[in-house]
Design a protein around this ligand. Structure first.
Ligand code: LLP
Length: 431
């Protein structure tokens, strides 16, 4: 992907930087981001809208991966972002991000988080439930402030994906249910309030979706809903946010469309549906997380011990695991890896890559075809840029890895490796 290639030395290179040099300079496990690829993806998303000549906003879903430098990169590339916690709001604000370009999501936003959003000037709050409407209304009345809101609607569409990452089906903790009338009840409630300016609706039907059908169905349901609201009191939606969820390729088994092709389809369908419903075309917002960063990320690990079970399996243990990538253990997610010193080398063995954490389920990738390896060799695992570092933990008191951005032969450390001292930083001794 992107600028990942084999260099003259025969080593894996990303962004013009030798991955063995990266492993040596920054240690392993190490997350390496090809920032040129992130920028290219952003550009591709924007181009779809520009070409179609429709109003739009690309908002990156921070949860996939974020850090101060990531928010700065997004700002430079001219996209907004969505946040789902006080921590993400705080980080974006620390990065100097234009908070007007931020949308705030979440099914249980706390008073403190809502206050932080209002103080920092978050542009849009995505209302998720009735309790939140009251909570936010009270805060806004106290502060004599008004804010832009979207209503998150749960459209009753389940995209084909792993169960844990389905968020749009009817029985969901997120959003106002469409079929039972919650969404319209929320609409009527918000329309009475002077503290909130209703921009439109939001839905997100799931993640790692390969087909356009689900997005088309969701768009259909949202346009129908906007149409009923227009009949009710003449409401003209300014925004239709169809979420994220565009699939990416982890291994050769995955066959997603190019990320921008999902958006092309969405734009065409929304245009058609709104025009046949006689609705003014709202601005179309999208919230891609994974498709913006997954393939731009590669994790470097160092090979350690090995266990051969004759006729059964060989385990090659790496110096990371479920603490830096929980996805295989949590979702049975699959990854591919190469030997960084010889990425194109002929395979001489089938090995399963084990993590170092004290759980049998801590396996990073099964049955990889690799050339001969020695302890100390560096293995590169691809497509780890989304929901890897962001879901990292300190399980077994392992420090979290460092993150570097690479581009044009230059590497820049953007998140330092945690130290042992960091691990005890919040601990207090027994009284
Ligand atoms: N918008 C909303 C409201 C979301 O809930 C999500 C993801 C996104 C946008 C971004 O979706 P994406 O484009 O990244 O698919 N940890 C799981 C993924 C959880 C996704 C949760 N919501 C994983 O590692 O697969």
């Amino acid at each position: 992907y992107g600028t990942t290639r084999t260099n003259a030395a025969g080593h894996l290179e990303i962004g013009g930087v030798d991955t063995l040099a990266l492993a040596k300079d920054y240690g392993t496990p190490l997350f390496v981001y090809d920032t040129a690829l992130i920028k290219e993806r952003i550009q591709q998303f924007k181009e779809v809208f520009e070409t179609a000549g429709v109003a739009y906003k690309v908002t990156y879903a921070s949860k996939a991966f974020t850090a101060i430098a990531m928010y700065q990169l997004l700002a430079q590339a001219g996209v907004g972002c969505d946040v789902v916690s006080g921590g993400e709001i705080y980080t974006a604000n620390q990065a100097g991000f234009n908070m007007a370009d931020v949308s705030f999501h979440g099914n249980n936003k706390s008073v403190a988080e809502l206050e932080l959003a209002l103080e920092t000037g978050v542009g849009t709050i995505v209302l998720d439930n009735f309790h939140e409407i009251d909570l936010l209304n009270n805060l806004l009345e106290e502060r004599q402030q008004q804010v832009n809101v979207l209503l998150r609607v749960s459209p009753g569409i389940s995209a084909h994906t792993h169960e844990y990452i389905m968020t749009g089906q009817e029985d969901s903790k997120f959003g106002f249910d469409l079929k039972s009338g919650q969404a319209t009840a929320a609409f009527e409630k918000v329309r009475q309030l002077t503290t909130m300016k209703l921009l439109g609706v939001h839905c997100h039907i799931g993640s790692q979706i390969f087909e356009t059908k689900g997005f088309e169905m969701a768009a259909g349901a949202m346009v129908d809903l906007l149409n009923t609201w227009k009949q009710k009191d003449g409401f003209q939606a300014a925004v239709l946010n169809l979420g994220g969820g565009f699939g990416v390729r982890y291994t050769a088994e995955d066959h997603p469309l190019a990320p921008q092709d999902y958006v092309k389809d969405i734009v065409a369908v929304v245009k058609k549906l709104t025009s046949s419903a006689g609705l003014k075309l709202p601005a179309i917002w999208i919230e891609p997380g994974r498709s913006m960063v997954a393939e731009a990320g590669t994790t470097l690990y160092t090979v350690g011990s090995r266990k051969d079970l004759a006729g059964i399996r060989s385990y090659l243990a790496l110096d990371g695991g479920m603490g830096d990538n929980i996805r295989p253990a949590l979702y049975q997610a699959k990854y591919d890896a190469v030997l960084a010193s010889n990425p194109d080398g002929a395979a001489t063995q089938t090995v399963s890559l084990a993590g170092k954490y004290c759980e049998s389920g801590d396996m990073l990738a099964w049955d990889q075809q690799l050339p001969a390896t020695q302890p100390g060799d560096v293995v590169a695992m691809f497509t780890t840029g989304a929901y890897g570092y962001s879901m990292a933990s300190n399980y077994n008191r392992n420090p979290r890895p460092a993150v570097v951005f690479v581009e044009n032969g230059h590497a820049q450390l953007v998140v330092k490796r945690e130290s042992f001292a960091d691990l005890v930083h919040l601990d207090l001794p027994l009284e």
